[in-house]
Design a protein around this ligand. Structure first.
Ligand code: NAI
Length: 255
C-alpha cells in the first residue's frame, strides 16, 4: 500500500498506460488501493502492462483504445463505469512527440496528427469522463500538458501548440465544473526519462546533458516523480486546487 494516499474503493481511468509516465501513474493509483482502468492503443503492450499490474495483485481492466477516436474513448470510459461501478479519478496522459522542424517547414499532416492525439484525445477523454462524473457529482481529472504548454522552444511549434491547448481546455473545464464538485488540473512535465525522451535522445533530437543542465535540479525527472504529482492533484490534499498547470520540471520554467 502507498504510504501517502489511500484510494481504496476509488476508481481511476488512465490513458497511454503501456509505458513511461502513464504506466507509473497507473501503478501508483493501484498501489494506493484504486481499481484502475488502463486505456492504450498498443494492444500487446497494454495487455503486458495489465498482466504486470494484475500479477502484483492489483485490480485492473485493460481497454484497447485510440484516443483520437471519440467513439472508442466513450466506449472505454463507459466500460470502466460498467465494470467498476463509478469513476473518481482520471489521468489523461496519452501523447506523442514529433521530430523538431523549422517553423517554415512544418508539415500539416504532422501538425494534425500531434493535435489529434495530444489535444483532441484529451478533449474526448475529458468529455466522456465528465459525463459520468457530472452524474456522480464528484471527481478529479488531471490532463497531461508539458513544459511545452508553458513556454516556446525553437523547432517545437506543433507539439507545443498541442500542449498549450491542453492548458486552455483544462482551465475552461475547471471553471465550469468546480462548482459541481469536480476538480480539473493539468501537469506540465519537464524532460522525463521515459521511452519518449529516450527515443528523442537516440535519434539525436535531444541532447541528454543539455536537457539535464536545462533543469536546475541538474537531472531528468522520473516517471514515478511525475506520477506522484498526478496522485496529489487527485487526492483530498489538493481539495482547493483548481485549474492549475503544475510544472513538474526540476525548476525549468522557474528560471
Ligand atoms: P511514452 O511514449 O512512454 O508513453 C506514451 C503512451 O501513450 C504509450 O503507452 C502509447 O502507446 C500511448 N499512446 C500514444 N498514442 C496513443 C493514442 N492515440 N491512443 C491511446 N494511447 C496512445 O511517453 P511518456 O514520456 O510517458 O509521455 C506521457 C505523456 O507525457 C505524453 O502526453 C507526453 O507528451 C507527456 N510529456 C512527456 C515528457 C517527457 O519528457 N517524457 C515531457 C512532457 C510531457
Amino acid at each position: 500500500m502507498n504510504p501517502v494516499y489511500d484510494f481504496t474503493g476509488r476508481v481511476a481511468f488512465v490513458t497511454g498506460v503501456s509505458s513511461g509516465i502513464g504506466l507509473a501513474t497507473a501503478r501508483a493509483f493501484a498501489t494506493s488501493g484504486a481499481a484502475v482502468a488502463l486505456a492504450d492503443l498498443d494492444r500487446p503492450a497494454l495487455h503486458d502492462a495489465a498482466r504486470q499490474l494484475a500479477d502484483e495483485g492489483h485490480q485492473v481492466l485493460a481497454l484497447p483504445c485510440d484516443v483520437t477516436d471519440e467513439q472508442q474513448v466513450a466506449a472505454a470510459v463507459d466500460r470502466t463505469v460498467a465494470i467498476f461501478g463509478r469513476l473518481d479519478m482520471a489521468y489523461n496522459n496519452a501523447g506523442i512527440q514529433i521530430p523538431p522542424a523549422d517553423a517554415a517547414d512544418e508539415d500539416a499532416e504532422i501538425f494534425d496528427r500531434v493535435h489529434a492525439v495530444n489535444l483532441r484525445g484529451i478533449w474526448a477523454s475529458m468529455k466522456h469522463e465528465l459525463r459520468h462524473m457530472r452524474a456522480q457529482g464528484s471527481g478529479a481529472i488531471v490532463n497531461c500538458s508539458s513544459l511545452g504548454g508553458l513556454v516556446g522552444i525553437p523547432g517545437r511549434g506543433s507539439y507545443h501548440s498541442s500542449k498549450h491547448g491542453v492548458i486552455g481546455l483544462t482551465g475552461s473545464a475547471a471553471l465550469e465544473y468546480a462548482p459541481r464538485g469536480i476538480r480539473i488540473n493539468a501537469i506540465c512535465p519537464g524532460t522525463i526519462d521515459t521511452p519518449m525522451g529516450q527515443d528523442m535522445i537516440a535519434k539525436g533530437e535531444l541532447d541528454r546533458a543539455e536537457a539535464e543542465a536545462n533543469q536546475p535540479i541538474n537531472r531528468l525527472g522520473t516517471a514515478d516523480e511525475t506520477a506522484q504529482a498526478v496522485l496529489w492533484l487527485c487526492s483530498p490534499g489538493a481539495s482547493f486546487v483548481v485549474g492549475v498547470a503544475l510544472p513538474v520540471d526540476g525548476g525549468y520554467v522557474a528560471r
